[in-house]
Design a protein around this ligand. Structure first.
Ligand code: NAD
Length: 512
């Protein structure tokens, strides 16, 4: 049974999709695929609502976020249940990754947006400081499209949306067709927080709706999803000359150094690989362990994995694969790896005891970069471990990837860990933790290479939902304009003497 199944079109000829839980395979609801006409109507409503919203101060806008935070607290069980019904993830993961992370973001931006977006007075350099004043004003862009994936259906819909909103924009969200109900819940919570009509809207649907939204006359697209779709979004935005951020896939590497605390590293590997059933963009997808500790590390990992409980009822640690297409990718990577000589130390198959989409937590060794499991995004509960001679080889192999989203390094020598992190070709790196940069509100988040373009979150991300407009004011009310013409040899030679004095002498350079 597919999770998303086409139904008969609606009476007004919109496509319809039926959804089923990946854990129980029971139906959970239906959605309509909204069309380009729906997109046009939504953009029109957003354009009407946005100017008044932009007219509020940042602190006034931030109050809506503070209100949404209280609603989140009051409705946390409903959020958890909605996320679980769409994804089959463990309750603890729905609580930590979706509710807690969103609460932290709402709290952070409601308290910090005013500081981050306030008009800045910047000192100018050299003689210019006596002639001009510079201010940077963060102006809203207008209407922002947020397109989100299924693996963090609530947090990845809410987080970019609240940043775009508090920066003064209207937002149209297109959640994944696999997890639309979490997106609709975002709208419900923001409505309860009192957001004006039309300012935040959700369009349900699949790629058709997403593509129409990208071309629907919005001012920016904030996209999170796969590399393949990210490319299409980038082309669409390039053709219209509108900005986008692309938060795409990854193949995050973990490096285990010889001087590591092996218990901590084994626990970190298991959490990094199996959290969210491995469907975490910054999940650990490959481990490089230094030969001297490889056996002991691998044994500790396998022991921990054997204790993981998979299921969907009561208390369990590892949930379902969220949709069938991902299960197919996982199985094809596993077939390829086994055919090329990978050894399966744990798991390695669909869970035969569960009817839904469950793949057992899997540990592999004897892997190499000729296998898809080490080179392409698997996005499943698979932990391939590769032995390396030393840390240099680990770094070289970690960087041998077309992805560059996150990564993590484990060592007792944190200074060395930081030095190694600086040499890792990825958007962010954690030392002695699984990659959890997205959960650190101050940290700008984004990928290198095929893992993305631009950054979200933190000061950089929040300002990315606005245009940084420099306003330069002449200190002498424009008097200098009078001296511009006529051009003459005398003014040219005066300028050249001035340059020689300014940059040709040490005192001049100090002042300049
Ligand atoms: P996806 O690319 O299939 O879909 C993402 C969204 O794009 C969905 O809402 C989908 O309906 C929409 N879409 C599909 N075709 C479109 C088109 N032509 N134009 C516009 N929108 C379109 O991705 P997915 O399978 O939902 O998500 C999993 C992927 O997301 C993984 O690769 C994962 O690594 C990545 N991801 C990245 C981050 C990050 O922050 N870097 C976070 C989470 C997930």
């Amino acid at each position: 049974m597919a999770i998303v199944t086409p139904l008969e079109p609606s009476s007004d000829n919109r496509r319809r999709l039926a959804l089923a839980s990946p854990a129980t395979l029971e139906p959970i609801g239906e959605i309509e695929v909204q069309t380009s006409a729906d997109v046009a109507a939504a953009v029109e409503r957003a354009r009407k609502a946005q100017p008044d919203w932009a007219g509020l101060s940042v602190s006034e806008r931030a109050r809506y976020l503070a209100r949404a935070l209280q609603i989140l607290l009051a409705r946390q069980d409903e959020i958890i249940e909605t996320v679980i019904s769409e994804t089959g993830k463990p309750r603890t993961e729905a609580l930590q990754m979706e509710v807690f992370a969103v609460g932290d973001a709402l709290n952070f931006y409601s308290k910090n947006a005013e500081r981050i977006l306030k008009t800045q007075k910047r000192k100018l350099h050299g003689m210019l400081r006596f002639m001009k004043r510079l201010r940077i004003v963060y102006r809203p862009l207008g209407v922002v499209a947020v397109i989100s994936p299924w693996n963090g259906p609530f947090v990845l819909a809410m987080n970019p949306s609240i940043q775009a909103l508090v920066a003064g924009n209207a937002v149209i969200l297109k959640p994944s067709e696999v997890t639309p109900f979490s997106g609709l819940l975002v709208a419900d919570i923001l409505k309860e927080a009192g957001l004006p009509e039309g300012l935040f809207q959700v369009l349900t649907g699949d790629g058709e709706t997403g593509a129409a939204l990208c071309r629907g006359g919005v001012d920016k697209v904030s996209f999170t999803g796969s590399v393949a779709t990210g490319r299409k979004v980038a082309v669409s935005c390039a053709e219209q000359l509108i900005p986008c951020t692309l938060e795409l896939g990854g193949k995050d590497a973990m490096i285990v150094c010889e001087d590591v605390n092996l218990d901590y590293a084994a626990a970190g590997a298991v959490a990094g690989a199996f959290m969210n059933t491995g469907q975490y963009c910054c999940g650990t997808e490959r481990v490089y362990v230094v030969e001297a500790v490889a056996d002991e590390f691998t044994q500790k990992v396998v022991e921990r994995v054997s204790r993981l409980r998979q299921g969907f009822e009561g208390e369990f640690d590892v949930g379902a694969i969220f949709w069938p297409q991902q299960l197919e990718i996982i199985e094809s990577h596993m077939t390829d790896a086994k055919a090329k000589g990978a050894q399966v130390l744990a798991g390695g198959r669909r869970n035969p005891e569960l009817a839904g989409l469950f793949y057992e937590p899997t540990v592999l060794t004897s892997v190499d970069h000729g296998m898809q499991i080490m080179s392409e995004e698997t996005f499943g509960p698979i932990l391939p471990i590769m032995r390396v001679a030393d840390e240099e080889e680990a770094l070289r192999l970690a960087n041998d990837s077309e992805y560059g989203l996150g990564g993590n390094i484990w060592t007792r020598d944190t200074s060395k860990g930081v030095r190694m992190a600086e040499r890792m070709a990825s958007g962010s790196v954690c030392v002695n933790d699984m990659t959890m940069t997205y959960g650190v509100q101050e940290a700008p988040f984004g990928g290198l290479k095929h893992s993305g373009v631009g950054q979200v979150n933190g000061e950089t991300g929040l300002r990315g939902y606005s245009h940084a407009e420099p306003i330069i004011v002449d200190r002498r009310s424009g008097k200098m304009a009078e001296s511009r013409y006529p051009y003459s040899a005398k003014t040219d030679s005066g300028m050249q003497k001035f340059m020689n004095l300014l940059w040709g002498t040490s005192i001049g350079r100090m002042l300049g």
